[in-house]
Design a protein. Structure first.
Length: 272
């Protein structure tokens, strides 16, 4: 594990070599909000894990109060097919991980269909191992120690976890490598599965059917491309972004931004 220097109240950690195929990075954070801080979080075909020990927060899905969680410092949010909001006030401190679905499935030890469109307090998950890990992270003397602890615990957890069905793992990698542009029918044919069986297996283990996962992969790519373009101070050619990310046209891109982020791409960029 290596840790970069803090960026304001943020510290980035690179997982150990054996974990890098599974975990992209650790994000340690400490931020103070003297008034309620509300953020809109976009949908995504990934799992969010927050292990915190500071001010509690609320996660709210505007479609259903039962899908959210209130007054927690640590939670897991499964794959979401719409945007939600987080709200906190006070000094928040913790570590955030964004996990690919099948990595999360192995770490958590349960099919992601049980977490689809839900945020859950880690203390409610099987074995309460994440709750115990949160306590150990809070007691660690510094960020490097915390990242080292995550390396050890996550590597051991993955080593002990049974692998996912290799056909499903291949299907996820194929869809992700295509940026969501690959045909689900072609994918089913490659696997020798019916479309119905592929959709059932994908929904059970990834939490979303493959067509929705493909849409979200395209949206994530478009969101990242627009952020990069806006970040260098130039105007964004939304039609070009749509074409490069596999959208039929600009209107389809805008539709997905409305559905998955709750705003047009231009509004998101201007309010970033």
């Amino acid at each position: 594990m290596t840790a970069a220097a803090p960026i304001g109240e943020m510290v980035l950690g690179v997982p150990g070599t054996s974990l890098r195929p599974f975990v992209d990075r650790y994000v340690g954070y400490r931020e103070r909000a003297d008034v309620p801080l509300v953020r809109r979080e976009s949908a995504g075909v990934f799992v969010v894990l927050i292990l915190g020990w500071g001010a509690p927060l609320d996660v709210t899905d505007p479609r259903s109060a039962q899908r959210g969680v209130t007054a927690v410092d640590s939670f897991v949010a499964g794959t979401f097919d719409s945007w939600c909001t987080t709200r906190t006030v006070g000094v928040g401190e913790g570590i955030e991980l964004l996990l690919a679905p099948l990595t999360a499935r192995r770490l958590l030890g349960l099919p992601l269909s049980e977490l689809t469109n839900r945020a859950v307090d880690v203390g409610q998950l099987p074995g309460r191992w994440l709750d115990r890990l949160r306590g150990r992270l809070a007691e660690a003397p510094g960020w490097s120690d915390r990242f080292d602890l995550l390396d050890r615990v996550l590597a051991a957890r993955l080593a002990a976890a049974p692998p996912v069905d290799p056909r499903l793992d291949w299907a996820w990698r194929w869809l992700a490598a295509s940026g969501g542009r690959g045909s689900v029918g072609v994918l089913a044919d490659e696997l020798g599965w019916s479309r119905r069986h592929l959709a059932s297996r994908f929904r059970q283990e990834v939490g979303l059917p493959p067509k929705m996962a493909a849409r979200l992969l395209r949206f994530q790519q478009a969101h990242a491309a627009s952020t990069r373009a806006g970040g260098v101070g130039r105007g964004v050619d939304w039609a070009a972004v749509a074409a490069s990310c596999g959208y039929y046209d600009q209107s389809h891109l805008i539709r997905d931004f409305h559905e998955f982020a709750g705003a047009t791409p231009a509004a998101l960029l201007s309010g970033r």
